[in-house]
Design a protein around this ligand. Structure first.
Ligand code: HEM
Length: 441
């Protein structure tokens, strides 16, 4: 009996090591070596952790200069707007890493699967493909309609006003901590029926789990993320049990009961979907708000234009999303031999689609480095991706961005950012960790 318990303990502690080895350690070494050789993709991954998006634009241009797709050491990469859209909307590509061809590695991969939900492991919407993806998405969109989001505008305005009321204009504040992070988490928590006293914990777990999208994590980072995801999963289990027993008027209560052709979501599918909607609901929008504040502060003439012509706010939000997108890149794996804008791509190849790079493609956006709240085609950015995996929360994020930024700048016209702003260390999720500010001019 004791031997069996010991074997289980050893197996359970070996799994994360194997998982880290397969998902991060190998990639980490390969990226470092390739970056030294000058591989552009590896250079992008390395620099992304320390450089603001505008600072990466030279690399985006260099990659684009090689044509629609550049073949790097371990994947194709593209910063061309046309190629990014083509890959994201094509049926020749699918989300996720694809199938591992080596049978032994595939078995190890399956054996070491984490016992908790993870944003980029099945059954997460982000890496699932039809028919399951269609089923999950239909169930969520049924309860998450554009009308439902528009109905939330007045409530979002109230929440923003409440948060601004609580700021003391006489003292310097960190806008990320006191505003940018709290607005989206409060809105999504209300939508999902998360009680108020649990929001702080959810916010902390989300922040700790945010690097889970990055590749090449160190062992220490991997362990921290893994433990945050396990706690988040345990919390979701309890929360869903509670909603089953006491359903309320919220999205999750409806999702628990929702059925497509008589079939609902399994417990794991439900936790994965609910967890993704919850985390995506605040881990990205916080960056839209923070990046927006910084951009508008750096471009006072554009802010003046918005004060004179507030009807331009929706375009301003698109331009913020284009210029400093909260998500740097995503990727797809090729399922059959194909071509992308004339470049042959073999089945099994991976393609990194750099959303921030496509947003600065001069073939689509004139003078792409310029921040222009009147840009007519600002909405052509790909910051919400494209195709089947197009962001499910895009309408909500746009509304929160508009309401949140406008409320802040209307309330504090003299708002000034103070020196000392810091960026988050995550590579894929892009935004500020802190934004110190003085509210009165
Ligand atoms: C400015 C804020 C946001 C940005 C920039 C953003 C960006 C993205 C991107 C780029 C993807 C697709 C990734 C891929 O193609 O591989 C995505 C998917 C997704 N987003 Fe968002 N997102 C934002 C806000 C939200 C919000 C507020 C929610 C929740 C209400 C949300 C929920 C989701 C979900 C569930 C998916 C998965 C969709 C699928 O795979 O079918 N997002 N988001």
């Amino acid at each position: 009996m004791e031997t069996r318990a010991l074997t289980t303990r050893i197996r359970d502690s070996a799994k994360p090591v194997v998982r880290w080895g397969l998902r991060h350690a190998l990639a980490r070494t390969a990226v470092r070596t390739a970056a030294k050789r000058g591989d552009l993709q590896a250079r992008l991954i390395t620099q992304a952790g320390t450089t603001a998006t505008a600072g990466l634009s030279g690399l985006f241009d260099e990659i684009r200069a090689h044509g629609p797709l550049l073949k790097g050491s371990f994947a194709y990469i593209t910063t061309s707007h046309a190629a990014v859209k083509e890959v994201l909307t094509s049926n020749d590509f699918q989300a996720g890493f694809g199938t591992v061809e080596n049978a032994f590695v595939a078995r190890l991969d399956a054996w070491s699967e984490p016992g908790h939900v993870h944003p980029v492991e099945r059954p997460s919407l982000l890496v699932t493909e039809p028919p399951d993806h269609t089923r999950y998405r239909k169930l969520v969109t049924r309860v998450f309609t554009a009308r439902a989001v528009e109905n939330l505008r007045a409530r979002t305005e109230q929440i923003a006003a409440g948060l601004l009321d609580s700021l003391d204009p006489a003292r310097p504040v960190d806008l990320v901590e006191t505003y940018c992070s709290l607005l989206p988490v409060t809105v999504i928590a209300e939508i999902l029926g998360v009680p108020e006293h649990e929001r702080k914990r959810v916010l902390e777990l989300g922040a700790a789990a945010a690097p889970s999208l990055d590749m090449g994590l160190s062992w220490r980072q991997f362990r921290a993320v893994d433990s945050a995801l396990a706690s988040f999963d345990a919390w979701l289990r309890d929360h869903l049990d509670h909603l089953r027993a006491h359903p309320g008027d919220n999205l999750l209560s409806r999702l628990v009961a929702a059925k497509e052709d008589g079939v609902g979501l399994t417990d794991q599918e439900l936790r994965s979907t609910a967890g993704l909607v919850l985390a995506a609901g605040f881990e990205t929008t916080v960056n839209l708000l923070g990046n927006g504040i910084a951009l508008l502060h750096r471009n006072p003439a554009e802010l003046d234009t918005l004060r004179r012509e507030p009807e331009l706010w929706p375009i301003a939000v698109e331009e913020i999303l284009r210029t400093d997108p909260p998500v740097l890149l995503t990727g797809r794996s090729c399922v059959r031999d194909t071509e992308v804008l004339g470049v042959p791509v073999r089945a099994g190849s991976l393609v990194t689609t750099v959303l921030a790079g496509a947003n600065r493609d001069p073939a689509v956006f004139t003078d792409p480095g310029r921040f222009d709240v009147r840009r007519e085609n600002a909405r052509d950015h790909v910051s919400f991706s494209a195709g089947r995996h197009y962001c499910l929360g895009a309408a909500l994020a746009r509304m929160e961005g508009e309401v949140g930024l406008r409320a802040l700048f209307d309330r504090f016209p003299g708002l000034t950012l103070l020196p000392g702003a810091t960026r988050r260390g995550t590579r894929i999720l892009r935004g500020y960790e802190t934004l110190p500010a003085r509210l009165r001019g």
